[in-house]
Design a binder for this molecule. Structure first.
Ligand SMILES: NC(=O)c1ccc[n+]([C@@H]2O[C@H](COP(=O)([O-])OP(=O)(O)OC[C@H]3O[C@@H](n4cnc5c(N)ncnc54)[C@H](O)[C@@H]3O)[C@@H](O)[C@H]2O)c1
Length: 443
């Protein structure tokens, strides 16, 4: 098939590349001319494991192209994917200006039948708005609008796209349904379903999935906070409940809050959609409040060890909102940095991929190291904010030598308590007893 993908960010570029990988001809469109030039030069503009191999192969074999020109990109396309940003507006609702703007443009330029697929995460009722924006200038028999929310995870995006747990397609058109079925068939050969439903249910499925996952993490964070107060070990509780097949092992790891480009904005947008429909989501509201506090929950722990933070210097491992991505949108590390700097401390950070993005935002506020050990030089303590594999088994002898005080604040529970005790570290983690504390963090 000939496919156009409008918006080549984390979702659009993975979508376009993976569709090219299954033999389709794909043209990716973006308004960011620098990004398009970079891709034309054969460079992947984001860090996403395994994407580069597919990207290069499909360019070489002539199935993947890039342009800033929407009209030429969609001319021969049977399917047009919208993978555009839906950032939070001032009131927390998803801002649809990118999606509806492109829909309006498309209405003016389509001349033959197209399936227009919304892959962005959008509130219930958006496909009707996209339909209306198109219909302002195009005849309605020239297009169908389909909702096809994306469930990929950054860091595993290629694998998730090529082998999805499920594909959700919202459409009331039999013609569009057939096109979508043919397109996705190669991705579900192992038997995972393509689930067809109406557009509104498909749109809500995405929000419900993200809100549920954010709730699961947040629930565990609350259990962890409680563990710290009553002397229980959240790791033991996690395994104890995760082995129950009704609960499941995944998404039970406590930490310093969820971040990223999706959970915070999607949870907020669902709450706002609820309000607009006269329904108050109480669980969602609580999830947002708990997560807000969780992002800086490490700060009182640091203060409890060091007292006044003025003049203290901290090493920070991890900036990305999670490992295996350079995405720093709503990353908890950024909130920790702000709090430390506001308290008069200084910070030197290391992250394997996310430093260029953080430099653009906070370059004047902090320092960056060339590797994880350089970050430790002269630091009073180490703070861990992202669970990159690199940080899981460091040379603890070197860590101890480089730090002024052998103290680690671990926001991701990377290390075993008894090992840290043996090594003589003061080790403060999440939902577990503090090891070797000078002062009492937990009751
Ligand atoms: N990032 C994820 O993990 C993920 C997962 C599932 C769903 N989503 C959803 O997918 C959508 C896209 O997310 P993303 O993370 O890929 O965003 P992104 O910000 O990484 O990429 C969006 C791209 O769209 C481009 N763009 C903006 N306006 C344009 C226009 N008028 N024409 C052409 N291009 C334009 C931007 O330049 C950018 O390259 C969002 O709705 C998001 O919620 C994201």
């Amino acid at each position: 098939m000939n496919i156009a993908v409008v918006g080549t960010g984390y979702v659009g570029l993975v979508t376009g590349t993976c569709f090219a990988e299954t033999g389709n001809h794909v043209i990716c469109v973006d308004i960011d001319a620098n990004k398009v030039q970079m891709m034309k030069d054969g460079k992947v503009p984001i860090y996403e494991p395994h994407l580069d191999v597919l990207f290069e192969r499909n360019i070489r074999q002539g199935r993947l192209h890039f342009t800033t020109d929407l009209a030429s990109a969609i001319k021969d396309a049977q399917i047009i994917f919208l993978a555009l940003p839906t950032p939070p507006g001032e009131d927390g609702s998803a801002d649809l200006k990118y999606v509806l703007g492109v829909a309006d443009d498309l209405g003016r330029i389509i001349t033959d039948y197209k399936v227009i697929v919304d892959k962005s995460t959008v509130p219930v009722g958006t496909s009707e708005k996209v339909h209306a924006a198109l219909a302002k200038h195009a005849k309605t028999d020239l297009f169908d609008v389909v909702s096809n929310p994306e469930f990929l995870r950054e860091g595993f995006a290629v694998d998730d796209f090529l082998k999805p747990d499920r594909v959700v397609v919202g459409t009331s058109s039999a013609r569009a349904q057939k096109v979508m079925e043919d397109l996705y068939k190669p991705f579900v050969r192992q038997g995972n379903p393509i689930i067809f439903m109406d557009e509104r249910s498909a749109e809500l499925t995405k929000y419900a999935a993200n809100a549920f996952l954010a709730t699961k993490i947040t629930f565990m964070n609350e259990i962890a906070n409680f563990c710290e107060r009553v002397g229980a070990d959240v790791d033991k509780v996690r395994i104890g409940i995760g082995t129950d097949s009704r609960i499941g092992k995944r998404f039970l790891f406590p930490g310093i809050g969820y971040g990223g480009s999706c959970f915070p904005k999607d949870v907020q947008a669902l709450a706002k959609s609820g309000n607009d429909a006269g329904y108050e989501f109480q669980i969602i509201k609580a999830v947002m409040e708990v997560n807000e506090d969780q992002k800086t929950s490490i700060i009182p722990k640091i203060k409890s060890q060091f007292g006044d933070l003025k003049g203290k210097h901290f090493a920070l491992w991890g900036l990305a909102f999670k490992p295996d991505t350079d995405d720093i949108r709503e990353a908890p590390a950024l909130y920790v940095i702000d709090e430390l700097v506001a308290a008069g401390a200084t910070v030197t950070a290391f992250d394997p991929e996310a430093m260029p993005n953080v430099k653009k935002l906070k370059g004047d506020k902090m320092n960056f190291a060339k590797d994880e050990y350089e970050a430790l030089q002269g630091a009073d303590a180490l703070i861990i904010a992202t669970e990159w594999s690199l940080f899981r088994t460091p040379d603890f002898k070197r860590v101890a030598e480089l730090l002024k005080e052998k103290t680690i604040f671990d926001g991701r529970n990377l290390y075993e308590l008894d090992e840290m005790e043996k090594l003589g570290f003061t080790y403060v983690s999440v939902g577990r007893q503090t090891v070797g504390a000078k002062k009492h963090v937990s009751a």
